[in-house]
Design a protein around this ligand. Structure first.
Ligand code: GRF
Length: 223
């Protein structure tokens, strides 16, 4: 049985990475985390990968603050390609990816964002939502395009903002949903159940009798 090989890019604590690893090791999803790559040498995400026996690679980010230079992007591509990844999952990766990378892995890069997009893209979406005073926020898994948090939406989950919540209370409630949503979205890709038409993502019904560990048809190419 062939699993979807996912390369995870992460810069920080890696709790979403952990949720994906856990679901994968528990056999809940047909996903193998093939490699974890980070721009931060001491990222907890790299430690989590090593603890699970997953290749963990630090690729230094170069001289810019958010942008990766073309040569550095090339190193990211080569590292991921050398592990034969089908899909790239961004999980708290704090760099903006550009043309070369996006073209190379076109339609195969996903991201998780801690708000109900298109509301509150960008940094500290939890604080943005909390300060705005919305009654509901949530999490979004989406394909990555050239914009910041603008690609076609795969899955969303909403959580209430309760009276008296701090920004951190809200962030914790959203994070719980993130950990549920991200493995679920990867499983939909693994099962080839996602089609993309412009901005609109459709989720096909599961095939009769399909369950984790069975019958994935086409690998990772999602539209
Ligand atoms: C998450 O809130 C995710 O939505 C955002 O960055 C954070 C990463 O957290 N893109 P973690 O490193 O997965 O714990």
């Amino acid at each position: 049985m062939e699993k979807l090989k996912v390369g995870v890019l992460a810069s920080g604590r890696g709790s979403n990475l952990q949720a994906i690893i856990d679901a994968s090791l528990a056999g809940e999803i047909d996903v193998e985390v093939a490699v974890v790559v980070s721009d931060v040498a001491d990222a907890v995400a790299l430690e989590r990968a090593r603890a699970a026996g997953i290749p963990a690679v630090h690729v230094p980010p170069g001289k810019f603050r958010t942008k990766l230079e073309p040569e550095i992007e090339q190193r990211y591509i080569e590292t991921l390609e050398s592990h034969e990844v089908d899909v790239i999952a961004l999980a708290g990766f704090m760099r903006i990816l550009h043309d070369d990378f996006l073209t190379y892995f076109a339609g195969r890069i996903v991201n998780i964002h801690p708000s109900l997009l298109p509301s509150f893209p960008g940094l500290d979406a939890q604080r943005q939502a909390w300060e705005y005073g919305v009654r509901w926020s949530g999490a979004t898994v989406h394909f990555v395009d050239a914009g910041v948090d603008t690609g076609p939406i795969i899955l969303q989950a909403a959580v209430p903002v309760r009276d008296g919540d701090t920004r951190d209370d809200l962030a914790a409630r959203i994070l719980e949903e993130e950990h549920r949503l991200y493995p679920m979205a990867l499983q939909l890709i693994a099962q080839s159940r996602i089609t993309v038409d412009g901005r609109r993502v459709s989720i096909l019904k599961p095939r009769q009798g399909s369950e984790p560990g069975r019958d994935r048809a086409a690998k990772g190419r999602t539209g």
